[in-house]
Write a protein that binds this ligand. Structure first.
Ligand SMILES: N[C@@H](CCC(=O)N[C@@H](CS)C(=O)NCC(=O)O)C(=O)O
Length: 206
């Protein structure tokens, strides 16, 4: 049985839970981090010295860092599409996974934190505007990429869609004006129809 430490409020944990649901792996979700706490204890630091979630234990193999976990689960339990067998296809999926964190979410995070986790009177409107403007540039890139593809890697759903979609879900849930992005909107509608996605892409922003 696979154990996952984390809570579904975390987008990084969402990726891992979505991946195991997608792959049909049995798992236990042990509440940890954020509102659950427990990540600053010596025992938890033995699992992840950073004191962050998600962490998994797969038959004694401990792993932290959400993208590394999704890749490991895909390699171990996925098919040739989820974790692309072709080296170049896999590199493209890897690229989108890292881009989702390092570009897309780095740009969006300040606006997300301000609008979802900070009370209105304490919000920094300048920071929100700057963050949303930056995010639009990345969203435009993703929208163009999806113009001629059903999924991030082409015709098949892969681990890259999970990492992109949890961030796109946050962006689309913010109470702000957005430029229409027809390709991205069509893609997320398709992705939302997956059984595994129904457990994640319905979660309220919090
Ligand atoms: N790069 C790490 C980031 C992990 C991370 O920042 N986790 C946050 C939740 S999204 C966390 O554990 N916060 C809990 C805490 O600080 O107690 C990953 O992708 O796994």
């Amino acid at each position: 049985m696979l154990t996952i430490w984390g809570g579904l409020k975390s987008n990084n944990v969402q990726k891992v839970v979505w991946a195991v649901e997608e792959l049909g792996v049995d798992y236990d979700l042990v509440p940890a981090g954020m509102e659950h706490g427990g990540t600053r204890t010596p025992d938890f630091r033995m699992l992840n010295p950073n004191g962050l979630v998600p962490v998994i234990d797969d038959g004694g193999f401990i792993l932290w860092e959400s993208n590394a976990i999704v890749r490991y689960l895909g390699a171990r339990y996925g098919d040739a599409f989820f974790y692309p067998a072709d080296l170049q296809e896999r590199a493209l999926a890897d690229r989108w996974m890292d881009w989702a964190n390092l570009q897309f979410y780095s740009a969006l995070r300040p606006a997300f934190q301000q609008l979802v986790r900070i009370e209105r009177p304490r919000r920094d409107l300048g920071q929100i505007d700057e963050s949303l403007a930056k995010t639009e540039t990345y969203v435009a890139i993703l929208d163009r990429h999806l113009a001629d593809k059903e999924f991030a890697n082409g015709a098949h759903f892969s681990m890259a869609d999970i990492c992109l979609a949890v961030i796109a879900h946050r962006w689309m849930g913010l109470p702000v004006d957005r430029t229409a992005r027809p390709h991205l909107e069509r893609w997320i509608r398709t992705v939302r129809e997956r059984e595994a996605a129904k457990k994640i892409l319905v979660l309220p922003l919090r």
